[in-house]
Design a protein. Structure first.
Length: 437
């Protein structure tokens, strides 16, 4: 039987999952592929470290270059993480004419152009299913299953850490710090959770999705990114009274009806109020989901585990198999990489239109609501609902919550800027966009 030699760089969480699956599913994989996948070398930093899967030490090397120079390795699997060594390794592998599988969203979000260009030049493949939503096959769905369709919108819950925290806040009424500490205790959050809670991780993933869905070329800094810090248990309680829950959403959608030449898209990551009975509202805990809307198929929901050794390992092994099929049939490059020139442009964030939840902290004085309403109206923002909490103590600010009809982001921000300068406003206004998913 023909053998496909692979070299794996990184034998941590995902690397361990990959080696374990290759071993335990070897017979099924051989039957589906008509070839045998053989691990030739595994690069690590510390060869003496205890591993989750036993592997003969003779396979280990501390020099990733050994994977590049080994002529029996056709596919290099990058599971090192980070962008410095991973970039050097991937570029070296492609430069040597080897195919690459990676699960590294940061690498592709920041250096995708360079990597895809070199892969095209060398006629080799780069597969990266594990980079977005772990084991959930969203990359393959966009690249292959929906190749016939025109995507209109992507709404993703693509960060399990923040989804775990927001679920705890919604269901147990916990403050964010407590929910985060629990997520850390259970291993859902890193010791330094900044990239997750800031929305940065989701923004990196959104760049990869928008590239496949719309032919966009975005860098993470192009995405309007707001994290979950600052959300209060009372925001969840208010959201519930209006029939919503709160999720950190990664949103990319055509914002011109999909008809303008060239096309415009929005790309944003932020907490959003979504209807409590929507499919995404049911995505609880650390689970991930991506809702795609396309012209022919309509809505498609992909749901599953967005991280972990075995779920992510399964996505990586599926990529190795797919890539090996290309090698067996002599058709590398069968599925073209994303286009080098963008097919759409990014709409200015200030032109985005959504409805808004606004939580004002105000002095309980006559005329405050009227003044806020007048300021919103002067910018063409109309109100769909208002709620105010009974004031408990004299002189203590009260929460005033307003839900608006659809409005332009720039008008909304200008109105809030004005309202926050009122002497009756006690704290900066909390704004949460509302998504009709
Ligand atoms: N963990 C997940 O659930 C998950 C989900 C989706 C995507 N990903 C992505 O998958 C990638 C790997 O993540 P992970 O969680 O598996 O990371 P990890 O557990 O920290 O493992 C990293 C591995 O890389 C090795 N390594 C680091 N620098 C190296 C170098 N210069 N040369 C050779 N080996 C080196 C480490 O060696 P030692 O073991 O000897 O230290 C370790 O085995 C990342 O890009 C991550 O974003 C992870």
């Amino acid at each position: 039987m023909r053998e496909i030699g692979i070299g794996i760089a990184g034998f941590g969480t995902v690397g361990g999952g990959v080696i374990s699956i290759l071993r335990s599913h070897a017979r099924e994989i051989e039957a589906r592929l008509g070839a045998r996948i053989v691990v030739r070398r595994v690069a690590v930093r510390d060869p003496a470290k205890e591993r989750m899967v036993d592997l003969d030490r003779s396979f280990l090397t501390t020099r990733y270059q050994d994977l590049i120079t080994d002529p029996s390795i056709q596919v290099v699997v990058e599971l090192v993480g980070g962008t410095t060594e991973a970039r050097a390794l991937v570029l070296a592998a492609l430069g040597a004419g080897k195919h690459v599988v990676t699960a590294n969203k940061a690498l592709l979000a920041f250096h995708g152009d360079e990597i895809f260009r070199l892969a095209q030049e060398k006629g080799v493949d780069v597969y990266y299913e594990g980079a977005v939503a772990g084991g959930v096959p969203v990359i393959r769905t966009l690249r292959e299953a929906l190749a016939s369709d025109r995507i209109q919108a992507i709404h993703g819950i693509v960060n399990g850490t923040t989804n775990y925290i927001l679920t705890s806040m919604a269901e147990k009424g916990e403050p964010l710090a407590k929910a985060l500490a629990e997520a850390q205790r259970l291993g859902y959050a890193e010791a330094d959770p900044t990239l997750d809670v800031s929305g940065g991780d989701a923004a990196q993933k959104l760049c990869l999705l928008a590239q496949l869905a719309f032919g966009a070329r975005l860098a993470p800094q192009d995405v309007l990114t707001e994290g979950i810090l600052g959300l209060l248990p009372e925001d969840f309680a208010w959201a519930k009274t209006f029939g919503y829950t709160i999720k950190l959403l990664a949103v990319a959608r055509r914002s011109d009806g999909g008809t303008a030449p060239g096309g415009l898209i929005e790309a944003r990551v932020h907490p959003a109020l979504i209807p409590a009975d929507s499919m995404l509202a049911g995505v609880r805990g650390a689970m991930n989901a991506v809702l795609l809307r396309s012209d022919a198929l309509g809505p498609t929901l992909l749901f599953g585990q967005g991280a972990g050794a075995m779920p992510t390992g399964s996505a990586v092994v599926a990529d190795i198999i797919d890539l090996s099929r290309n090698l067996v049939s002599g058709s590398p490059g069968r599925v073209p990489l994303p286009p080098a020139t963008p097919l759409v442009s990014l709409r200015s964030h200030s032109e985005i239109r959504t409805s808004y939840y606004l939580r004002f902290s105000v002095k309980d004085a006559p005329g405050v609501l009227a003044r806020i309403a007048a300021t919103l109206a002067s910018r063409g923002i109309s109100i769909s609902a208002v709620q105010q909490r009974e004031h408990d103590e004299e002189g203590v600010p009260v929460a005033l919550v307003i839900v608006t009809h659809e409005a332009r982001e720039a008008d909304l921000q200008a109105a809030i800027g004005e309202i926050d300068r009122f002497d009756t406003t006690s704290a900066p206004t909390r704004l949460i966009r509302i998504e009709a998913v």
